[in-house]
Structure formats: C-alpha cells, structure tokens
Design a protein around this ligand. Structure first.
Ligand SMILES: Nc1ncnc2c1ncn2[C@@H]1O[C@H](COP(=O)(O)OP(=O)(O)OP(=O)(O)O)[C@@H](O)[C@H]1O
Ligand SMILES: [Mg+2]
Length: 281
C-alpha cells in the first residue's frame, strides 16, 4: 500500500425529498473519508445511514448535492470503468454464460476477442470456476454467482473496487471462504477497495481500517485502525485477542457508546456473546 490518497471523499451531502411532502432530508451530510492507494476500507453503519447512497455517488450513478470526490486527485465526473462495483445480490446477466458475464466490461471497452478470452480465463481460474465457463447464472450456487460478480468487476481492471454487502446473501460457510478468497485476490491485485457490510466481524476481518458511519444523516463517526497482520485470512484472525478488541470497539461505536481506548496487546477484555455472534447491525 502506498501513502498516496487514492480516493478523497470531501464533505459529501446528498438529500432526498421526504415521501409525500416537499421537505428535504439529508441521507448524507458532510461525509468525508480518504482512502490510500491499495487500501482495504470497510464501512459499517446502521441501516439507512446512507452507505449505498455513498456508493452510488462514488460509482457515478448519482450526484452529490454538495462536496466532491477525487480519484487520483481528479474530481470524478459520472460513471467510469476505472471504478468497479459489486452490488448486493449478484446482478449477473442471466442470459450470459459465466465467461460472457466476466467479459462484459471488456466488450464495452472493445477489447479484442482473443484478449478477452485470455483475461476471462485468468479470472475464472482466480475465482476457482474452471469447468463452469459455459454455465449460466441459474445453474450456479449463490456463492459461485457472487464469485462471477467479483471476477466480472476485476476483469476490466478497475483501479478501485466498491462492494455493497457482496456476501450478505450467502451462507456462513461460503461467506468465510469468499472473504478469504477476496483477501487473496486483493493481495495479488493491489486494488483499492471500499467494502460495505453489516457484519462487524467481516468489517474487521477484511479491513485495514473500518469506517463507522453514524445514523442518518450519514457521516463518519470514527475510523478504526485494524492493526492485524497481513497477509491475513479472516478464518485465522477471528479468534485472536486483538481481533476481539477491535471488534468490540466497532460494536461500541455502533451502540453509540463512548468507546474505551484501544488496548491492543494488553490484557483481554471481556467480550459479550453479542459480538462473537457477529452481531447484525
Ligand atoms: N432514491 C431515493 N429516494 C428517496 N430516498 C432515498 C433514495 N435512496 C435512498 N434513500 C433514503 O436515503 C437513506 C439512506 O439510504 P441507503 O440505501 O443509502 O442506506 P444504507 O445505509 O445503504 O442502508 P442499508 O444498510 O439498509 O442498506 C434512507 O433513508 C433511504 O430511504
Ligand atoms: Mg445499503
């Protein structure tokens, strides 16, 4: 990871009309966050605090009402293929095979067929879907579909990757495998990632930093450093004391409690069952 800022989110506001009235309400207000090149940042916050709204703005699907977003120091302007997105659910094209889903962004970029084939081969291998190239989404399990979605986002080589609860719909076992696969892909590709999740364990397990967002209007409450070793596998760190301390801190922030100072390396703190249960927020 370099120290250069890759994504600068500066004072973003986003307002909507209240349903059935002419009044505005702010889904995001003064939301600021800087993400370094190659960094993996997760975002947690209560339902409705504006996480998906923020991703919509980041990928250029929606416009902010105030503030600005810079990527590599340049303001973003609409949607662009330098930004990949993996949305909640799988959002695969049902009429396209695995291979053609993965090649989609490359087709848009008018990459020649032979080259597309080479790239999709590489990503099919990376996400462990060899033998399924010609299957259609309905023939795959949820976890496999999610891997296709991730491969599709990575295949056109975006510099930054935005993921909105990509593993929310898969079973716990698959989720753990997917988390570790994602980390392994991230280690190999060095992408800058912003990943939204409702799971505190997932947020801490994956991230370099966890951005905790306050309830509506959404803005950063605190950014928690995750000082756990890299390369990392969520399955390996989840039972460590440091992991539990950081998880507890994030949990406290989400409970609106005044968090105690971090105590990494110190004596273990008492962690309630709620956290170990991977508390849904
Ligand atoms: N297009 C829209 N029109 C009106 N209100 C909207 C629109 N999109 C989002 N909102 C409102 O903005 C707020 C933030 O929504 P958003 O989907 O960003 O929350 P979220 O943090 O992603 O929630 P969740 O964790 O449940 O996915 C909510 O109150 C939502 O109802
Ligand atoms: Mg959302």
């Amino acid at each position: 990871m370099s120290n250069a800022p890759k994504i600068e989110i500066r004072g973003i506001d986003r307002k909507f009309k209240k349903r059935g009235s002419n009044e505005d309400f702010y889904a995001l207000s003064g939301f600021s966050l800087t993400v370094r090149e190659g960094e993996f940042v997760t975002i947690v916050g209560p339902s409705g605090c504006g996480k998906s709204t923020l991703l919509d703005i980041l990928v250029g699907l929606a416009k902010a009402d105030g503030g600005e977003i810079l990527i590599d120091g340049k303001p973003i302007n609409g949607a662009a293929l330098d930004r990949g997105i993996v949305l909640q659910g799988y959002a695969l094209f049902p009429w396209r095979s695995v291979r053609r889903n993965i090649e989609f962004g490359l087709e848009i970029k008018r990459v020649p067929k032979k080259e597309r084939r080479d790239v999709s081969d590489r990503f099919i291998k990376l996400v462990g879907l060899e033998g399924f190239e010609n299957h259609y989404p309905y023939e795959l399990s949820g976890g496999m579909q999610q891997r296709v979605a991730i491969a599709r986002s990575l295949a056109y080589d975006p510099e930054v990757l935005f993921m909105d609860e990509p593993f929310a719909a898969v079973d716990a076992q698959t989720r753990e495998t997917m988390q570790d696969e994602l980390l392994s892909i991230w280690e190999k590709t060095g992408k800058t990632v912003i990943f939204v999740t409702h799971s505190i364990e997932e947020a801490v397990g994956l991230a370099d930093r966890v951005a905790v967002v306050s309830k509506s209007p959404g803005r950063i409450k605190e950014v928690v450093e995750v000082d756990l070793p890299r390369p990392r596998r969520v399955s390996q760190v989840r039972d460590t004391t440091d992991f539990n301390i950081i998880t507890h801190r994030v949990w406290e922030l989400l409970q609106d409690k005044d968090p105690a100072p971090l105590n990494i390396g110190g004596p273990a703190v008492d962690i309630s069952e709620a956290i170990l249960d991977d508390a849904a927020i």
